[in-house]
Design a protein around this ligand. Structure first.
Ligand code: ATP
Length: 932
C-alpha cells in the first residue's frame, strides 16, 4: 500500500550519507516562497539539504539560528492601560463612583476621597490579581506545548514541536497535530483533516505526488500543513516551513490553547453582584425617601446615610479574590500533574460521581514484559523484568535454545518485524521509544539473540497496516528473497485466531485448533496478562494491506502473555475515590479476562466478568443504562462504546470524568463532564478535546485533582461565608441608625476602610487554605447545589446580626459613658474588625472545630493576614494622619478589651453553632453541611 514516494524512500535509504557529504553552508537558505507542493519529493529534499537519517544536532542548531523557533507569536497581549481600564467595568465600581459623585456634590470631601481611593485600590488589586492569574495560566499553557516525533541522527526521538527546523524529518501518526508545514516523503493510508485551513471537515487522503502550482491548499495532496489533524494512517514528511512561515502562521490563526472562559461559579458571582447592586440602590433610595419624607431629616444627611449604606453593603473584594482562589487551585493541580485546560473543570471536579478510566498506563504502569510464549505444543517461560534484554527462555525450568525451535523463532521474528518501537541502550540503561507493548516484543526477541537490524535487512518492510484500537491488529508486508512476500500480523487473539487456517508446530504446519488457542488465550489473560497473537502468511509484493482484505489464510505461530504491573499508587487512589463517594469504572481495549483480573486486583471488578464491547454493541440504550450503572469493568471496548457509556451514565444522573488518549476518543472526552487526556501517550486530538490533561498519565492524579477541585470550591465558599457577614453587619448598623434615628455609628469612609483594608486582606488568606481532612470522605457535591445554601444564608444572617449587635453596643455604650462620637465610632469600627479576625479563624473549617493547634495555627497565611490587619488597625486608631482623615481617636486598654470581647463572642457562638450542626447531622464527615 505504500505509495510511490514510499518506494523512493526505500530506494534512497542509503542516500543520507551522500546528502550529508554534500551539505554545506553554501546551501541556499530555504526560501519561504518556494511552491513546495509542486516539487517532486527528491527535489524538495535536495533543496532543503535534508536526508533520510534526519539532521544532526549541530545542523539543527545552525538552522535554528537562521530560521528561529517553530512557534507562532501569541496573540498580542492587551496593553496594560487597557487592562487597567477594563477593571472599572464592574457594576459595583459604577456604584462607588456614583456615591463619590454624590459626596462631592455635598462637599463631603473626605468621603469623596476615600470612595475614589476605594475605587482605585479595588481596580489596582483586581489588575494585579488578574495579572497573577494570567501568569499562572501562561505557565500551564507552556506545559501543554505539542510534541513531534522526528528522525535526527538516524534515531526516532520525541521533541517539543517548537524545536523543529526546516529539513527535519517528521513522522506522523493518528491523532497528531501536524507540527510544521511538511512536504510528505512517505504515506501509508494517511488522511488529514484540514478544516482549520480549508474549512472542509472531511479528511483528505494524502499522497506524495506533486501538483500544479495553482492548486488550492485542499488539493495539495503531497503537503501536510501545520495545525491540521492526522486522523488515519501514518506518514513522514520533511519540514519546509516553521513558525510564522507556515500556512497557519500566515493566516495568523492560533491553535486552541487553554480556554479561560468564566466558570459557572464566576458567572453566579457576577450575577450575584448585579442583584446586590440593584438591592443596594433600592435600599439606599428607600432609606433616603424614609428619612427625608417621613422622619424629616435633611436632604444632605440622608444622602450621606444612603451612601454609607451603599458602601457598607458592597463586597468590594469579592470578584478579585474569587479569581485568585481559582488560579491558586489551578496551580496546585498542576503541581500534582493535572493540567487544567478549561477553568470550569476546577469546579466540576468537585461534583464528579464516576471516573471511567483506561487501564493500560493509567491504572497499570505500562512497563510491559513478556512473561510467557504459548506455542502449539508447549509453553515457554521468559525470565527477567523491564526492558533490559536479560533473562532466559525456558520450558519447565530448562533453558531452551530458540534456534532449535522453529515455531518459536518464527513467532519472535513476527514480533520484531511487525513492530514500530525501538529499544536503546544508553550507559547501560535500556529505554524504549514507541509503544511499550511492541518494545516488550523486541526485548524478548533480544533475549533469544534475535536482533532487529539483521532481520530488517533480511526482510525489508514494504507496507504497514498500523495498529488501531478499533481493529486490534497490526500487519506488515515484507519482501523476501526470490520476489515473494510475507504478511505478518500481531494483535488480539480473537481477531488473529479467526484469520488463521493453520498452526505451526516444531514438526510443521497443521490445521488450526481454534478452540485450543482461544482457551490458552483466556487462561493467559485470566492471570492478568495482556495477550497478543502472532501469525504469518505468504503474500504477493503488490498486496494491499486493508483490514477487510487480509483473508483467513494465516498460520498461527504463538500467543505471548505480557505482564503490565499495577501502578503501586493506583490501588490506594481507587480506595480514596470510593471513600469520596466516587465510583471507578475501568474501560479498556484489553481482553475481558485480563481486565477482570486487573479489576479484581484494584478492587473495582468484584462483580464477576467484564462486560465486553460486543455485549455493549448488542444492548439498547435502556439496557446499557442499567449495565453501565451496575458493572465496573468493560473490556474490548472501542471509542464509540466509551461515548455510549458516558451518555448512559449521564442519563442516570451521574457526573462523569472519562479518560482517553486516541484520536477517536475525542467525542467521549467532549461529552464527559470532565474529559481527561493523557499528557504522555495521549494524542494532540485527545488533549484538545479534554478539560484536564494528566502530565503523568496516572490514575492517582485524577483522584488528586478531585481533591484539589473540592478544596477550591470549599475555599470559595469559606471566603463568601467570611465576606458577606461583614457587609451584612455594617449594613445592619447603618440601617439601625436610620430606623432609630441615632447618629451614624460608621461613616462611609470608615465602612470602606473596613471593607478594603481589613476584610479583603483577611479574606485573601482563605484562598490559600489547605484541603480539609475530610475533603475526600464526603459525598460529591450535587452540581445544582447553589453557592449559598439555606444553611449558608443562616450563617451569614447570624454572624451579620452578631457583628452589628457588637458594633452598635460598643457605639452606644461609649456614647453613654460620655465620650465623643469619634471615639464611639472608633470603637464600632474596631469591634467589627476584631470580630472579623476571630471569624476568619472560625471559617478555616466549614464545620469542623478550629479550637485546636491545626485550626488556630495551620494556615500561616491566615496568621500573617491577622497580624497585617492588626497593624493596619493600630495605625487607624493611633496614627494622627489617620485620625484626621477617618475621624478616629486613640483608645485605651479597656476599650480594646471590650472589642476583643465582641470578637470572642462571635467566635464562641459560631463554634457552638458548628458543634450543634455536627451533632444534628450525626455523620458530619459524609455530609459536611445540612442540605440546602
Ligand atoms: P486501554 O484502553 O486500557 O488503554 P489497551 O491499551 O489495553 O486498553 P488497546 O491498546 O486498544 O487497549 O489494545 C487492545 C488489544 O489490542 C490488546 O489487548 C492487544 O491484544 C492488542 N494490541 C495492543 N497493542 C497492539 C499493537 N501494538 N499491535 C498489535 N496488537 C496490539
Amino acid at each position: 500500500m505504500t505509495l510511490p514516494c514510499g518506494q523512493w524512500q526505500e530506494e534512497h535509504a542509503g542516500m543520507g550519507a551522500i546528502f550529508s557529504a554534500a551539505r554545506s553552508r553554501e546551501t541556499e537558505p530555504v526560501p519561504a516562497e518556494v511552491a513546495w507542493h509542486t516539487l517532486a519529493v527528491e527535489d524538495a529534499v535536495r533543496r532543503l539539504d535534508a536526508d533520510l537519517d534526519g539532521l544532526t544536532d549541530g545542523e539543527v542548531q545552525r538552522r535554528r539560528a537562521d530560521f528561529g523557533w517553530n512557534r507562532l507569536e501569541v496573540a498580542k497581549p492587551q496593553s496594560a492601560v487597557w487592562r487597567l481600564l477594563r477593571q472599572f467595568h464592574n457594576v459595583l465600581i459604577y456604584l462607588m463612583c456614583a456615591a463619590a459623585a454624590v459626596t462631592a456634590v455635598l462637599e463631603h470631601w473626605i468621603d469623596t476621597i476615600v470612595l475614589l481611593a476605594a475605587v482605585v485600590i479595588n481596580v489596582v488589586i483586581a489588575y494585579i490579581q488578574e495579572g497573577k492569574a494570567e501568569a499562572a495560566m501562561d505557565a500551564i499553557r507552556a506545559m501543554l506545548s505539542p510534541h513531534a516525533t522526528v528522525i535526527r541522527d538516524g534515531r526516532v526521538v520525541d521533541v517539543d514541536a517548537a524545536e523543529l527546523v526546516p529539513g527535519d524529518l517528521v513522522k506522523l501518526a493518528p491523532g497528531d497535530r501536524v507540527p510544521a508545514d511538511l512536504r510528505l516523503t512517505g504515506v501509508d493510508g494517511l488522511r488529514v483533516e484540514e478544516a482549520m485551513l480549508t474549512g472542509e471537515s472531511v479528511p483528505v487522503d494524502k499522497a506524495c505526488d506533486p501538483v500544479g502550482a495553482e492548486s488550492p491548499i485542499a488539493e495539495r495532496v503531497g503537503m501536510a500543513y501545520s495545525g491540521t489533524l492526522v486522523v488515519h494512517g501514518q506518514g513522514t514528511g520533511v519540514v519546509v516551513g516553521t513558525g510564522a512561515h507556515t500556512e497557519l502562521g500566515q493566516i495568523d490563526r492560533l491553535l486552541t490553547g487553554i480556554s479561560s472562559s468564566a466558570t459557572p461559579l464566576l458567572r453566579q458571582i457576577s450575577r450575584f453582584g448585579r442583584i446586590l447592586a440593584a438591592v443596594i440602590v433600592a435600599l439606599s433610595a428607600a432609606t433616603y425617601a424614609v428619612g427625608v419624607l417621613w422622619r424629616g431629616q435633611t436632604v444632605s444627611e440622608m444622602f450621606m446615610m444612603a451612601v454609607a449604606l451603599a458602601a457598607s453593603a458592597i463586597p468590594e473584594g469579592l470578584p478579585a479574590i474569587m479569581t485568585v482562589t481559582l488560579a491558586i487551585g489551578v496551580q496546585r493541580m498542576s503541581r500534582r500533574n493535572a493540567i487544567v485546560r478549561r477553568l470550569p473543570a476546577v469546579e466540576a471536579l468537585g461534583s464528579v460521581t464516576v471516573i471511567c478510566s483506561d487501564k493500560t498506563g493509567t491504572l497499570t504502569s505500562n512497563e510491559m514484559t513478556v512473561q510467557r510464549i504459548v506455542c502449539a505444543g508447549h509453553t515457554i517461560d521468559v525470565g527477567g523484568v523491564g526492558y533490559a534484554p536479560v533473562g532466559d527462555l525456558s520450558i519447565d525450568g530448562r533453558t531452551v535454545d530458540a534456534s532449535r525451535n522453529p515455531a518459536l523463532l518464527d513467532a519472535l521474528r513476527v514480533g520484531v518485524l511487525c513492530n514500530d518501537a525501538a529499544l536503546h541502550e544508553v550507559d547501560g540503561a535500556w529505554t524504549i521509544a514507541g509503544d511499550p507493548t511492541e518494545a516488550a516484543l523486541l526485548v524478548v526477541a533480544a533475549k533469544a539473540d534475535l536482533l532487529r537490524d539483521r532481520l530488517q535487512a533480511e526482510f525489508p518492510r514494504s507496507a504497514t497496516l498500523p495498529f488501531a484500537s478499533e481493529n486490534r491488529i497490526m500487519a506488515t508486508l515484507h519482501i523476501i528473497r526470490g520476489g515473494d512476500a510475507l504478511i505478518l500480523v500481531k494483535g488480539a487473539p480473537e481477531r488473529v485466531v479467526d484469520m488463521c487456517r493453520w498452526q505451526r508446530g516444531n514438526d510443521g504446519e497443521h490445521v488450526i485448533d481454534r478452540e485450543h488457542w482461544r482457551q490458552m488465550a483466556a487462561e493467559t489473560a485470566a492471570q492478568g496478562l495482556r495477550v497478543l497473537a502472532l501469525a504469518q502468511r505468504r503474500g504477493t509484493p503488490d498486496e494491499t494491506l486493508e483490514i477487510g482484505d487480509l483473508g483467513d489464510g494465516f498460520t498461527m505461530l504463538a500467543l505471548v502473555g505480557i505482564i503490565d504491573p499495577l501502578r503501586p499508587e493506583a490501588v490506594a487512589a481507587v480506595q480514596e475515590c470510593h471513600r469520596a463517594g466516587i465510583r471507578v469504572k475501568m474501560i479498556t481495549g484489553d481482553h475481558a479476562a485480563t481486565a477482570a483480573e486487573i479489576g479484581a486486583q484494584l478492587g473495582i471488578g468484584r462483580d464477576g466478568d467484564a462486560v465486553t464491547g460486543a455485549q455493549i454493541a448488542a444492548m439498547d440504550d435502556a439496557a446499557l443504562r442499567v449495565v453501565a450503572h451496575e458493572r465496573n469493568v468493560f473490556a474490548r471496548t472501542s471509542p464509540e462504546h466509551k461515548l455510549r457509556l458516558v451518555r448512559a451514565l449521564q442519563a442516570t444522573g451521574e457526573v462523569v470524568a472519562m479518560t482517553g488518549d486516541g484520536v477517536n476518543d475525542a467525542p467521549a472526552l467532549k461529552k464527559a463532564d470532565i474529559g481527561v487526556a493523557m499528557g504522555g501517550k495521549g494524542t494532540e486530538a485527545a488533549k484538545e478535546s479534554s478539560d484536564i490533561v494528566l502530565a503523568d498519565d496516572n490514575f492517582a492524579t485524577i483522584a488528586a485533582a478531585v481533591s484539589e477541585g473540592r478544596t477550591v470550591y470549599d475555599n470559595i465558599r469559606k471566603f463568601i461565608l467570611f465576606m458577606l457577614p461583614t457587609n451584612g453587619g455594617e449594613a445592619l448598623v447603618v440601617m439601625a441608625a436610620i430606623v432609630f434615628q441615632i447618629t451614624l455609628p460608621l461613616t462611609p469612609a470608615q465602612v470602606l476602610w473596613i471593607n478594603l483594608a481589613t476584610s479583603s486582606t483577611l479574606g485573601l488568606a482563605l484562598a490559600f487554605e489547605p484541603r480539609e481532612n475530610d475533603v475526600m470522605s464526603r459525598r460529591p457535591r450535587p452540581p445544582s447545589e447553589s453557592l449559598l445554601s439555606r444553611y449558608f444564608m443562616w450563617r451569614v444572617v447570624m454572624v451579620s446580626v452578631l457583628m452589628a449587635g457588637g458594633a452598635l453596643t460598643m457605639f452606644l455604650w461609649e456614647l453613654r459613658l460620655g465620650t465623643s462620637v469619634e471615639t464611639a465610632r472608633t470603637m464600632a469600627v474596631n469591634a467589627i474588625v476584631v470580630a472579623e479576625m476571630f471569624y476568619l479563624l472560625n471559617n478555616r473549617f466549614l464545620l469542623e472545630p478550629v479550637l485546636n493547634r491545626i485550626g488556630l495555627f495551620g494556615n500561616k497565611i491566615a496568621l500573617a493576614t491577622v497580624v497585617a490587619c492588626a497593624t493596619l488597625q493600630l495605625a487607624f486608631t493611633y496614627a494622627p494622619p489617620m485620625n484626621a482623615f477617618f475621624g478616629s481617636t486613640p483608645l485605651g486598654h479597656v476599650e480594646w478589651l471590650k472589642a476583643a470581647g465582641v470578637g470572642a463572642l462571635v467566635f464562641a457562638v459560631v463554634e457552638t453553632e458548628k458543634y450543634m450542626v455536627r451533632r444534628l447531622r450525626r455523620t458530619p464527615a459524609r455530609q459536611p453541611e445540612p442540605a440546602a
